[in-house]
Design a protein around this ligand. Structure first.
Ligand code: CUA
Length: 362
């Protein structure tokens, strides 16, 4: 009687294993197909991007079967070994474990993990190889709450901007630093990202291929303005890049400085547009962080300007813009507003913005 029961159980067990295998293989195939079919990333914008995307696909292919294996075992165990009515007080047979099984299920994942890590390491080392010839451009990237600054050394001259410009098809090494907390310098189109850590310099290399504007994102939660710590990387032709550098290094007052429109341009500044859209020199829109009823913005990262600017003079508002640490509104921590607006805005823009703000908050 007992032997027959055991034999039947063995037969049932074999059938269950077959079912699990069939379900597992089908689910893995579907999962892998789905994982490959999904368009996870934006358009490839650098020579590094393709290898990263391939690495991702390989990791998806390797991971899905294990996810399926664990899920299938859990689901079948729930089906076959669940407590049935009347069994609430029963305990299973005493089991001592199986050394052989434990060795197997430790060794196999360990070998696979080491293999995948080695592959990832090879890919990363490979795509960050220095270019075989020619000097390489370095850009020092400094993160701070809540903005990025880029320092260039071009033709013996050093300059800083809040706008990242790089030439198409030329390798750039970014040296990444932080002034305060940990940030993370990420350009999704390039697929490259690295932490900006106070006290050390990290780096990555990239050779941009796709022209135009690419989003720079801070990918490390760094404080209340983290979500707004976004700037733009513009990839231009090498000729346009040289022209841009010449403009940046031109002596101040020639009308070519950042934010300047050239001497012949009218100095008319639309304060409201500047407030809601920012400018091309990299000043982010004030309205991204501040509420102002005239501009229809409702953000609460910074103080409500209808309240805090009420009755302030144009001069006081100008100081608030270029030196936000001088007087910080109640309930807000100092240092939330970037202190580089005096670099990002021209004098006319500061004037125009302050005049607009004082008029609409009277
Ligand atoms: Cu800087 Cu998030």
């Amino acid at each position: 009687m007992e032997e027959r029961g055991a034999a039947a159980a063995r037969g049932g067990g074999r059938r269950t294993v077959t079912q699990m295998l069939v379900v597992g293989i089908i689910a893995s195939a579907l999962g892998i197909a789905l994982g490959i079919a999904i368009d996870w990333f934006p358009e490839q914008g650098s020579t590094q991007a393709d290898d990263i995307d391939t690495l991702w696909d390989v990791l998806v292919i390797a991971s899905v079967p294990f996810f399926v294996l664990v899920s299938v075992v859990v689901l079948f165990a729930v089906r076959d070994f669940r407590v049935r009515p009347g069994e609430e007080h029963l305990d299973g047979p005493p089991i001592h474990g199986s050394t052989r099984l434990e060795v197997i299920w430790t060794t196999i994942p360990a070998v696979i993990l080491v293999g995948l890590c080695t592959y990832a390491w090879i890919v990363l080392t490979d795509i960050e190889e220095a270019p075989a010839q020619g000097p390489e451009r370095q850009v020092i990237v400094t993160g701070e709450q809540f903005t990025w600054t880029f320092e260039y050394r071009e033709g013996g001259k050093t300059f800083k901007t809040s706008q990242l410009y790089v030439p198409q098809g030329e390798s750039v090494q970014f040296k990444v630093r932080s002034k305060d907390v940990i940030h993370d310098f990420w350009v999704p189109d390039w697929r490259m990202k690295i932490d900006a850590v106070p006290g050390i310099t990290t780096d990555f290399r990239v050779t941009p291929t796709l022209m135009g504007r690419h989003e720079i994102v801070c990918a490390e939660l760094c404080g209340i303005g983290h979500a707004f710590m976004r700037q733009t990387a513009t990839v231009v032709t090498p000729d346009d890049f040289r022209a841009w550098v010449a403009k940046q290094t031109a002596p101040k007052g020639s009308g070519a400085a950042a934010g300047g429109d050239g001497e012949n341009q009218p100095a008319e500044v639309d304060g409201k547009t500047l407030f809601t859209e920012g400018n091309t020199a990299g000043a982010t829109a004030c309205g991204a962080c501040h509420a102002l009823s005239d501009a229809g913005t409702t953000a609460t990262t910074g103080p409500d300007l209808d309240a805090v600017l009420k009755g302030k003079s144009v001069e006081e508002i100008k100081r608030d813009i270029v030196d936000p640490g001088a007087e910080v509104a109640n309930g807000f921590a100092p240092g939330i507003m970037p202190s580089n607006y005096d670099e990002l805005l021209s004098e006319q823009e500061v004037d125009g913005l302050a005049t607009y703000l004082s008029e609409v908050t009277k």
